[in-house]
Design a binder for this molecule. Structure first.
Ligand code: H2P
Length: 794
């Protein structure tokens, strides 16, 4: 373990030789470059050692394919896991450099949308912590997800330049590169299919070390980018003066990893997205085979050495790709290749939403991946040959589309849902026929979160209190938090717990003031909904209730209202008009309410733009109340719900996703439950005119909708929310109206409970103490045992 003076000289060394400046001329960026190199150096020895052991001891490794990774800032997390954070702080102090500025200088790579990408990052970190050899495979989007701004309350998207100052914590490996082919024709030569592709793009690796807690094991996050190779530039066209046209192919190649998820509402957008998915998958699967063949030559043994996990359907082309490589390049018979691929592959389903279960038009597939389409058709025939009539309802291709969820299921030996309720719904509503053909293939692994980032890094005051109270070690054994239960009645501990929350609120307040010129009234109940914007997550329910609260305060200003701050964080997909309307409504309502002198000391709306992992690290520790209010049956799991509970917030939520299990763990009396159940949701949707009926039964909701319709929050354009209101009155698929009154009653109970600070804190302590099972270490332990067939810890 290096001492602060050793770290200090290492920082000075890298400042000089990696950043190329002297200390008196160094900018914050220079210091960050130096720190990145110092930490990377420390990660490198265990990283190389992990790779060597994996090779020499023939350890099986996991290959986690994901179109999204939301790692958050890397440096502080690496310092914590290398157990160097205190020494780094001391070294910078000694150098007279403000370490907070250096940490804040690091961009937050937005290589994902929300929970799915963040889960991938938590899992990779847990695999390192548990010593499970693993590669995370993704794309190195040059610009990531967009940067969100608000203009007149509307979401505006701007490119996110996270790489503009380089990526000093990673290694670029131009020699770890694979050709990925697209388009072209199929030929039959000597009875074998030969694919003659039209385009070949080189995928090159960028590796980021992922340090496990304690620094004993380090895995790799390998992100691909298209290499603008010489072949991509058409020199004849260039020399003829057509400079732009000459670079067409090069532009297309770079487009593959330019942004995350281009809008797929156009044909070209869809083509690009499928190309991105194939680019990631093909490069990764080729890499898995190359690594295997570097030490062995009998590919039939691949399942003993490699597991490939498909994170949702985005990499579902992995099945056909692995089969293609085995058949076309390694001489396997089709059936043998399918069996082998299935033993290696597994698939996590993260959603029941039809729009997220990809279906690619057959024509597009034929145009882009003709050989894969042929393999999928053959797989489909094979299922029917093997299972006969039992497979009558199973179709990998239907209505001119390839069903990627079914394809992923059919080519995996294990499929998992991400919470108990979700897995049950997947089994009943999504894959009932496939599951009947292969009983036992579908299992549940409830999601988890890493306590290193989500408690130790994000909430230092609370983390220190936990260590003082129950001793160290909880970071890698989160069930130990149970010991806190013994302190739930101790007034001294409850006071310290309350003061840790207050510190987190102060940190949030100073960040909001500095970055967004927003004032946070510290004496209020801090109520947070932070997640991707989606109608099913029901930010709309939250903001309509906020309007209702405002109206009630105004109607009875003398009453003793518990002050609240409603904080929102989240981005909407650029083409998702309804979600963008909701964003605008939140901002419009916020402007009116926050300016109202009659209510502003009792109700505020705060919506800082550009929600990301770094913002989550500030919001979550400060929250008193966690909003997990999705329409039951629609949120697969949620992981924010776990992070808030771990940080001592109480949840107001529906019986949805992992809320169900969180409530079981923390106790029904420590959870604010409301709303229809998943079954009731299904039944309610079938009732004719249920939307209108629900609104007509709620005077409070009618008052709110009337205010919105009259333009109270959009006086310059009273009709602004016409379509949103229309939807509520006529269809209300997400059952905002049906749950409105129940949500209100639950919110009133929140107020009453919060009035008794000791009681609230006791409940919060019990929440924290009882959510240890939602550690991603537990989840990964389950994946290792039940899916990847790996021994517990290596
Ligand atoms: C999704 C699901 C969440 C789930 C997460 C990880 C797709 O994330 O909707 O319920 O917890 O995957 O399994 P999100 O909505 O946050 O983008």
């Amino acid at each position: 373990m290096p001492t602060p003076p050793e770290l200090r000289s290492a920082l000075l060394h890298h400042l000089r030789y990696s950043a190329g400046v002297e200390p008196d001329r160094a900018s914050v960026l220079d210091w960050r470059v130096a720190l990145s190199h110092v930490l990377r150096d420390r990660a490198t020895a265990p990283w190389l050692e992990a790779a060597r052991r994996t090779r020499d001891e023939g350890l099986k490794s996991v290959n986690y394919l994901s179109m999204e990774f939301l790692p958050g800032r890397l440096l502080e997390d690496a310092a914590i896991n290398l157990q160097l954070r205190d020494a780094v702080v001391a070294a910078f102090d000694d150098l007279g450099v403000n370490v907070a500025d250096v940490v804040d200088d690091e961009p937050d790579p937005a290589l994902g949308n929300g929970g799915l990408g963040r889960l991938a990052a938590c899992y990779l970190e847990s695999m390192s912590t548990l010593g499970c050899p693993a590669y995370g495979y993704g794309l190195r989007y040059e610009r990531g997800l967009f940067r969100q701004h608000f203009e007149d309350g509307r979401q505006i998207e701007r490119p996110d330049e996270w790489l503009s100052h380089g990526d000093p914590f990673s290694f670029t490996r131009p020699e770890t590169a694979y050709e990925v082919r697209f388009g072209g024709e199929l030929d039959e030569v000597d009875g074998r299919e030969v694919w003659r592709p039209a385009t070949r793009i080189i995928a090159a690796a960028h590796d980021t070390p992922v340090v496990g807690y304690g620094g004993r094991w380090v895995n790799t996050l390998r992100l691909w980018s298209a290499l603008p190779g010489g072949d991509l530039l058409d020199l004849d066209r260039f020399n003829a003066g057509d400079f732009m046209g000459a670079a067409d192919l090069e532009t297309w190649a770079r487009t593959l990893n330019r942004v995350l998820y281009p809008t797929d509402t156009t044909d070209l957008g869809r083509e690009l997205r499928l190309s991105q998915e194939y680019f990631l998958t093909s490069a990764s699967v080729q890499d898995v085979l190359r690594r295997f063949l570097a030490t062995q030559d009998d590919l039939r043994r691949l399942p003993e050495q490699a597991a490939i996990q498909m994170n949702d359907t985005h990499p579902a082309i992995a099945g056909p790709e692995l089969i293609r490589l085995l058949v076309d390049d390694h001489g396997f018979a089709f059936d043998g290749a399918v069996d082998l691929a299935t033993q290696v592959l597994s698939y996590t389903n993260h959603t029941l939403l039809p729009e997220a279960l990809e279906m690619w038009p057959v024509d597009l597939m034929r145009h882009l991946l003709p050989r894969h389409l042929q393999i999928i058709e053959r797989l489909d025939r094979r299922i029917h040959e093997v299972h006969g009539h039992a497979a009558d309802e199973v179709h990998l291709i239907e209505h001119g589309h390839v069903r990627m969820g079914d394809l992923a299921f059919a080519t995996s030996h294990r499929v998992n849902g991400v919470s108990a309720l979700h897995t049950d719904l997947v089994s009943r509503n999504l894959f009932p026929h496939l599951e009947a053909l292969t009983p036992g293939r579908l299992i549940n692994v409830t999601n988890g979160i890493t306590p290193r980032r989500w408690l130790k890094l994000a909430n230092p005051a609370l983390a220190d209190l936990v260590t003082e109270t129950i001793g160290p070690g909880w970071e890698s054994d989160l069930e130990r938090l149970r010991d806190l239960e013994h302190h739930a009645q101790d007034p001294g501990f409850l006071e310290a717990f309350g003061s840790a929350k207050h510190q987190a609120k102060r940190r949030l307040a100073s960040w909001l003031a500095d970055e967004h010129a927003i004032e946070l009234p510290l004496g209020s109940l801090i109520d947070v909904q932070a997640k991707r914007l989606h109608e099913y997550k029901r930010q709309l329910l939250n903001i309509l209730w906020t309007v209702s609260r405002w109206q009630r305060i105004k109607a009875d200003p003398e009453a003793d209202w518990m002050p609240r701050v409603k904080i929102f964080g989240g981005k909407a997909a650029p083409s998702y008009a309804a979600a963008k309307d909701i964003i605008r409504l939140i901002n419009d309502v916020g402007r009116v309410i926050n300016d109202d002198p009659e209510t502003r000391d009792r109700l505020r709306v705060v919506y800082p733009p550009n929600y990301n992992v770094t913002m989550a690290e500030k919001l979550i520790p400060a929250a008193d109340l966690s909003e997990q209010i999705s329409t039951a049956g629609m949120e697969a799991s949620g992981t924010g719900n776990m992070k808030f509970a771990l940080n001592g917030a109480l949840t107001i939520g529906t019986l949805d996703g992992a809320n169900v299990e969180i409530r079981e763990q923390v106790g029904a009396e420590n959870f604010f439950l409301f709303g229809l159940t998943a079954e009731e949701v299904t039944a309610r949707r079938e009732q004719p005119d249920h939307a209108r009926t629900a609104i007509e039964q709620s005077q409070a909701l009618q008052d709110v909708l009337q205010a919105v319709a009259e333009g109270t929050f959009s006086p310059d354009e009273p009709g602004r929310y016409g379509s949103l209101l229309d939807h509520l009155w006529t269809s209300d698929w997400f059952l905002v109206a049906a749950d409105f009154d129940a949500y209100n009653s639950s919110q009133e109970l929140v107020d009453r409970t919060y009035r008794d600070p000791q009681r609230w804190q006791r409940m919060a302590v019990l929440n924290m103490a009882r959510v240890g099972c939602f550690s991603s270490d537990r989840a990964i332990g389950q994946y290792m045992k039940e899916i990847w067939d790996l021994p517990p810890a290596q």
